[in-house]
Design a protein around this ligand. Structure first.
Ligand code: ADP
Ligand code: TRP
Length: 316
């Protein structure tokens, strides 16, 4: 890694989501396309997951699964630092210091907290303080860029606010990070033409078997408004260019079954090697990669914390 590259950091929560093509094209692929150009950090945000996951076995299982997903999709741990948040004690330590700088009304404006309260549910204190732990995740590494989905925009703003509050009180210490919203890919439609989403039950699974993919593709809703089945075509466009697809769709106008078969083949061509790679990643390999990355990340975070501790006056 060279010194003059900008730093990029993002976090993934191990909260058991089986990924679908919408997640892949909307979030995972844009991240994978960019992280190699930066000095990159990918963090397993297991302490953030603790705000919702209440079972040790589940959290452990999900952590292995999500790392496997990234490796299978092409994330190369040699090109970045992949680390485990909970294994670096200075993250919650710095979060505490930020919590002493920001106000309760400021944290009360956070969307995740407000949504919870508006549903009439009680938020745990972890959820309330969530943005300050996330600020620590980001600021400990002098991060320049934070690639996230739109829903995380406010959290990066909160990180900037924490940096600015600290810098004002104790002198320039933290870089103010910028979010990079991963939204270049238009919304991936599901089998019914609406946004592909777990909650609509219209997904094509990313790591599904060929049978599962075939079943999902065959269920794509085709109306008879023309020779080109819109819902099939708009998913197909993710795998091939319009130029490549034009002859196929012109020659087979109206032949929905044949076009769906062609789509299955194209999905399979991309997914089969990923599925194979995923099956080959053992728990041991995940552990080794995380251990190695966590050591590297810890050295950076602890050096930063040394400066912070001196500035706030707890070094005697
Ligand atoms: P879901 O809607 O299935 O619950 P999530 O909200 O867990 O998906 O999304 C995880 C990430 O994947 C987010 O960054 C989101 O923007 C992206 N994503 C999810 N569905 C789609 C889609 N249909 N098209 C594009 N991006 C998507
Ligand atoms: N809050 C993020 C999410 O729900 C996960 C996350 C934790 C994160 N720490 C981070 C993202 C630091 C970017 C940077 O998706």
């Amino acid at each position: 890694m060279t010194e003059n590259k900008k730093r990029l950091l993002t976090g993934i929560k191990p909260t058991a989501e089986t990924l679908h093509l919408g997640n892949y094209f909307g979030a995972l692929k844009p991240f994978l396309d960019m992280y190699g150009e930066y000095e990159s950090f990918l963090m397993l945000a297991d302490y953030h997951a603790l705000t919702t996951v209440r079972n040790g076995e589940t959290l452990r299982h999900n952590s292995y699964e999500v790392v496997r997903d990234y490796l299978a999709a092409g994330f190369d741990p040699k090109k970045a630092i992949l680390f485990q948040q909970s294994a670096i004690g200075v993250h919650p330590e710095l979060a505490w210091i930020f919590e002493c700088l920001v106000t309760v009304p400021f944290l009360m404006m956070a969307h995740a907290y407000k949504d919870k309260v508006s549903k009439g549910e009680e938020a745990n204190t972890g959820l309330f303080n969530y943005p300050m732990l996330m600020a620590a995740d980001i600021l400990l590494y002098d991060t320049d860029i934070v690639p996230v989905g739109e829903d995380q925009r406010q959290h990066v703003e909160y990180a900037r606010e924490a940096a600015s509050k600290f810098n004002k009180a104790y002198g320039q210490t933290f870089k103010e990070p910028q979010e990079r919203i991963l939204k270049e890919v238009a919304i991936v439609p599901g089998t019914d033409g609406r946004k592909m989403s777990k909650s609509y039950g219209n997904v094509i699974p990313l790591f599904g078997t060929k049978d599962a993919i075939t079943k999902a593709v065959m269920s794509i809703v085709t109306d008879s408004s023309g020779g080109r089945p819109v819902n099939v075509y708009s998913i197909h466009k993710l795998f091939k260019t319009e130029e490549e697809l034009a002859p196929l769709y012109e020659e087979n106008s109206g032949k929905y079954k044949l076009l769906k078969d062609a789509l299955v083949e194209d999905i399979e061509k991309m997914i089969a090697p990923m599925r194979e790679r995923r099956a080959g990643v053992s728990d041991e390999e995940v552990k080794d990669i995380l251990k190695d990355g966590t050591e590297k990340a810890r050295a950076i975070a602890e050096a930063k914390m040394k400066d912070v501790r001196a500035k706030i006056g707890v070094t005697l």
